[in-house]
Design a protein around this ligand. Structure first.
Ligand SMILES: [Zn+2]
Ligand SMILES: [Zn+2]
Length: 424
């Protein structure tokens, strides 16, 4: 697949004449083993640019790659250069490139679609069946000094966006895709589960889109505290209207008649849909029933803390924690006709899906994979115009030689966004 984007195997003479230093790179050798070592300089293609990488963000999927020694069940079989959230300066351009010149500041769009598969042909290149994605097995990543890519995958960034911010353009592009998939619009109430980088960025995007009220929660009190202090560049006030700590749901039967949430009660005022077969028999209470009953109690508390009535509910639920319990509470707080977006990656499977609530409330339940066309330009525009401020999220920076520490910092969960400075 990479051959499609990188057919030329010989470095053009004008790159050889640059006499560049070794292409020091962070290489995944096997599970939890990385090495920072010189790698071959990538070959500049006639339609490509060669970039001196200035900053690279490290995220949860990089961490997963590091811990598992591969992604999506595909273990690394040969040393793999990691990283996919990068930005840098163009130092050479291919012969056919008319859009870029040496010295341009660019971001790296890490996903190169095949453009030939059935999904690409239907315009959904983010779910390409044969995608070249930086840092995934088989595709060279950008956690290195130098990186080559097709020029059309290197959108320009203005001079006043710092390199540190530029290293966060890719997760902000994911935030824009969250906005698209969740259909975020002005005057909506948005609930976000998980106050990690993606949850915070989703909140910042919802705020830039003029959400009426933004609510967030996390199981980690330090992250809740952090979210409370995340200030909007537009208003000078916190982005989140309400942020609180949530807890895992118990798995023992609930005794809460007093709270008005009866087990097995209709999840919605709309009741059972036409044609629904209703089991009249007493049935054994499953773990799903027990968890759902607790989720309804937690949802009532959630809405109360956010100053919302049960009828109001929330218009958009963005589940960015990956926890099954948050998924249940998310469905329980969603109002009729709301959209629920699954963003977080938790367990590979869950046992509990609240089918009746999803049906009776007529929820749109959706997933999200990476980003689509226009997400990078939108993210860059948001940073350039100052409607989103990403700087407070960068809590730690490392040199390229310290890449292992950067991964361990993400693993610890203590930091929000970790950046590697590729030239330091
Ligand atoms: Zn990432
Ligand atoms: Zn494709």
């Amino acid at each position: 697949m990479s051959a499609f984007h990188f057919p030329e195997k010989t470095q053009p003479p004008h790159v050889a004449a640059l006499n560049l230093p070794p292409n020091t790179s962070c290489v995944l050798l096997k599970k939890q083993t990385i090495s920072v070592e010189p790698c071959p300089l990538p070959i500049l293609q006639p339609d490509g640019v060669l970039v001196k990488v200035m900053a690279t963000g490290i995220c949860g999927s990089d961490l997963h790659n590091y811990l598992a020694g591969g992604v999506g069940g595909r273990p690394v079989t040969e040393p793999l250069v990691m990283g996919h959230e990068s930005a840098g300066e163009v130092i050479a351009v291919g012969d056919r490139v008319m859009t870029h010149k040496v010295g341009d500041r660019v971001a790296v769009e890490p996903g190169l679609p095949c453009r030939r598969c059935i999904n690409c042909k239907s315009g959904r290149m983010n779910i390409c069946l044969d995608q070249h994605y930086c840092g995934a097995p088989g595709s060279v990543g950008s956690l290195s000094r130098f990186f080559a890519l097709p020029a059309d995958m290197a959108p320009h960034i203005p001079a006043h966006v710092s390199w540190d911010e530029a290293g966060c353009i890719q997760p902000l592009a994911i935030g824009v895709q969250i906005g698209k998939r969740a259909d975020l619009r002005a005057h909506q109430t948005v609930a976000i589960f998980g106050c990690g980088p993606i949850g915070l960025i989703a909140g910042a995007v919802a705020h830039a889109y003029s959400a009426r009220r933004i609510i967030a929660c996390d199981i980690n009190p330090a992250r809740v505290e952090f979210a409370r202090k995340y200030i909007s560049p537009l208003t000078g006030k916190p982005i989140f209207d309400h942020v609180f700590v949530n807890k895992a749901l118990p798995s023992t039967p609930v005794k809460v008649e007093a709270a008005g949430h009866k087990q097995g009660a209709d999840p919605t005022p709309a009741g059972i849909a036409d044609g629904e077969i209703v089991e009249a028999d007493e049935h054994e209470e499953s773990l799903g029933d027990i968890k759902w009953a607790h989720a309804e109690v937690a949802a009532a508390r959630f809405l109360e803390e956010a100053g919302l009535s049960a009828e109001m509910g929330v218009d958009r639920v963005i589940e960015a924690s990956g926890a099954e319990d948050c998924g249940l509470i998310g469905v329980a707080i969603a109002k009729q006709g709301a959209t629920y977006l699954a963003v977080g990656l938790g367990h590979m499977q869950t046992n509990i899906f609240p089918t009746i609530a999803v049906t009776c409330k007529e929820l749109d339940v959706k997933g999200i994979t990476r980003y689509t066309a226009s997400c990078f330009p939108s993210a860059i525009d948001m940073l350039a115009r100052g409607v989103v401020d990403i700087k407070p999220l960068i809590t730690k920076k490392y040199t390229l030689a310290e890449s292992r520490d950067a991964f361990e910092a993400v693993r610890s969960g203590r930091e929000i966004k970790v950046i590697v400075k590729n030239q330091e």
